[in-house]
Design a binder for this molecule. Structure first.
Ligand code: ZN
Length: 683
């Protein structure tokens, strides 16, 4: 059988030929890629010549190209356009791939070569980037068990493989529960604004229900109901389905999966000589220790919880008119009313100005002003779904990469928003252009109507595009440190700082009414700015509680019994979680922690990065211009284009001229500042 993965791609920019890639191609491509990469590894490890940087590190960087190609494409398709057949391939391949990589990191001959080079690193005559890559390789091997005894290695490998199987099970269980759909009558959707009614009607048609409206349990479907549906019974029903994903006592219940994953991670950390999985994970981060991350979370938790309690009393007063005690499914509904009462601001007034295409254009405009890049829509690049669009990204007269945008929700896509790539930037064997993807889950408007976003969704476009630029502007030699290959608590800096530009005057000026072309009225903008601090107690509490829960799971010592409901309940009691607010992610569907390892003991990173983004953006404010060229140049050099080529605390200092300070974050949330200088978080 011919297989596009085995051919040279003569497509524009060597893009993946999606028209010819079929699900049946992945399994043989994976098998051949794994075998081929193993042969390359064996030849590097068994090389009779003495280790050199070229015959070891550079050779490793060149190896595994087919595997990279298959994995990057499969990774996106199995998240954004999956089906039963893809899921079966995922279940079969995920443990094989993990076993393959674990085998590489635990290969004693290979590690001996890297260790030898590492010991001689200062006398090898390496440039700073090459030296950094050697150090990262050494650290990767040590952190993945290279120094373990034979018996420990065997156990380590078995744990890694089992964790990968469990991660796949976890995601597939959540996805199965997310397929639930609720038919709704006319009266049950009372209160919903037009955009939400239109998409609820679309959902009913899509799912072929004999009902005028319907809601799924995806966040984009649930949020409008919780914010606007006046029928309290409907709010409660949808809320319960949403918070119970993965926790329904059915075949897809994730509690046992979590217990096993947490126990295995603790054991793995203990094999590597750490007290907990959190201590192991944070050893390679900006925060360095769980205590430093915990301190930041507690510094933000206290004022957040206090603000939430004040807001709760105000919400209950509003609710008294309707009767009843405020519950978790009432919070958003009454907070909308409170927002209107306090700030006279209704988010829906903004929506006509936030048409998706204009928001994308505004994100492009921002990149142009900051970094001198421009975008050109391409019509000759193959895509994996008709909703996907592709742009060429140009800078200084050259194409520097391609940007794929996949913005609308569909049943074959997991929820959330993310950035990934089909190919990373590097220059090792000549210039390789990055192919970067942004995926979102906005409700698709009915045929012929514009996609109008909420302020939050517009921020999501900017956030993911910030990650996208981190991949697109990458300007390094080695794949290992390309683009977003940075530590977890630094990776959200380029995305979160980018959100700030959405609300700058030159960007807002481009967001004109989709029908009339009029700019956002100044009075509405004023009310929007004033309302920015609304509900920050709730947002802080729902986020920080999830981050503290993550740290609680991953601070458990090896051998401790894990009962996920108990860990969750005890953690919430300990921190004094207001009963009217739910975790942003309860453990049973907390994909950041359990769909793979991505943010395990790392959910705090968003907050850590927020310290950096709030503090970093004030550099532009201090310069008196949101596009100040000198500040933008430093941001480009040390943050967006540098990949992992520097120590991250140092990269931040080079950009900002000093260590970050938490007060920018507290001010952004409308909380009182801590004593100046008392709380620098960089270590
Ligand atoms: Zn992000």
């Amino acid at each position: 059988m011919s297989n596009p993965f085995f051919e040279t791609w003569s497509t524009p920019f060597g893009t993946p030929p999606f028209d010819s890639i079929k699900t049946a191609h992945f399994r043989p491509a994976y098998l051949k890629a794994l075998t081929g990469h193993q042969a390359e590894i064996d030849s590097i490890a068994g090389n009779a010549e003495a280790p050199s940087f070229d015959n070891t590190v550079v050779a490793l960087e060149h190896a595994g190209q087919l595997l990279r190609r298959v994995e990057m494409i499969f990774g996106q398709l199995s998240s954004a356009n999956t089906n039963d057949e893809m899921q079966a391939v995922e279940r079969e391949m995920s443990p094989l791939v993990t076993r393959h990589w674990t085998g590489i990191y635990l290969n004693p001959k290979l590690f001996a070569r890297i260790d030898d080079l590492y010991r001689r690193r200062t006398s090898l005559g390496l440039d700073p980037e090459s030296l950094r890559v050697l150090e990262r390789y050494h650290l990767d091997f040590v952190r993945t068990g290279a120094k373990l005894t034979d018996a420990q290695r065997e156990r380590f490998a078995a744990i890694m493989e089992r964790l990968s199987v469990l991660g796949t099970t976890f995601s597939q269980n959540v996805l199965a529960d997310e397929q639930q759909v609720f038919a709704l009558t006319e009266s049950e959707v009372a209160g919903l604004p037009d955009f939400a009614l239109a998409s609820a009607a679309e959902t009913a048609r899509d799912r072929k229900l004999n009902a005028p409206f319907a809601a799924t349990v995806s966040r984009s479907s649930v949020e409008p109901i919780l914010h606007f549906a006046s029928d309290r019974i409907v709010r409660e029903k949808i809320w319960r389905a949403f918070v119970n994903r993965g926790h329904n006592g059915n075949a897809q219940d994730n509690r046992q999966v979590i217990a096993e994953m947490v126990a295995l991670r603790a054991e793995l950390a203990s094999l590597l000589g750490y007290d907990s999985y959190a201590a192991y994970k944070l050893d390679d981060s900006m925060a360095k220790t769980p205590a430093a991350a915990q301190k930041l979370m507690e510094d933000v938790w206290a004022p957040g919880q206090q603000r939430a309690e004040e807001d709760r009393d105000a919400l209950q007063q509003l609710m008294d008119a309707d009767g009843g005690m405020l519950e978790a499914w009432d919070w958003r509904y009454y907070s909308e009313k409170l927002r209107k009462a306090r700030y006279d601001f209704d988010e829906n007034e903004l929506k006509p100005y936030f048409e998706l295409d204009k928001v994308i254009d505004a994100a492009f405009f921002t990149a142009g002003r900051l970094f001198g890049v421009s975008f050109r829509l391409l019509d000759d690049v193959e895509v994996y779904h008709p909703d996907v669009r592709v742009w060429a990204v140009e800078r200084e007269g050259k194409t520097i990469g391609l940007f794929y945008g996949d913005f609308f929700a569909r049943p074959s896509k997991r929820s959330g928003a993310w950035m990934t790539s089909f190919r990373d930037q590097q220059k090792l064997g000549g210039e390789v252009l990055p192919l970067v993807v942004n995926t979102c889950n906005f409700n698709k408007p009915p045929e012929g109507e514009p996609a109008l976003l909420s302020l939050d969704e517009a921020r999501t476009v900017f956030h993911e595009f910030g990650h996208g630029l981190h991949g697109l502007l990458s300007n390094v030699t080695y794949p290992r440190i390309s683009g977003t290959s940075v530590v977890r608590d630094f990776v959200e800096l380029p995305s979160q700082i980018y959100e700030h530009w959405l609300e700058t005057p030159p960007v807002l000026a481009r967001l004109t009414h989709y029908k009339t072309g009029a700019p956002i009225p100044p009075a509405l903008l004023e009310r929007m700015k004033a309302a920015r601090k609304a509900n920050k107690g709730f947002e802080t509490v729902e986020f920080v509680s999830s981050a503290i829960l993550d740290m609680a799971f991953h601070s458990l010592p090896a051998g401790a019994p894990v009962e996920s409901d108990a860990v969750e309940q005890q953690t919430l009691e300990r921190i004094g979680m207001p009963r009217e607010i739910a975790l942003r992610h309860a453990s049973a569907h907390f994909g950041h922690l359990f769909s793979g390892d991505g943010y395990a003991a790392g959910y705090y990173s968003y907050l850590w990065s927020e310290v950096l983004d709030a503090d970093g953006f004030t550099a532009f404010e201090e310069a008196g211009d949101p596009f100040d060229p000198a500040t933008a140049e430093r941001l480009y050099t040390y943050v967006y284009s540098g990949g992992g080529s520097r120590d991250f605390a140092e990269a931040y200092r080079l950009f900002r001229g000093r260590d970050p300070d938490i007060n920018g974050l507290l001010a952004k949330r409308g909380f009182a500042a801590l004593t100046p200088g008392a709380d620098s978080v960089a270590s």
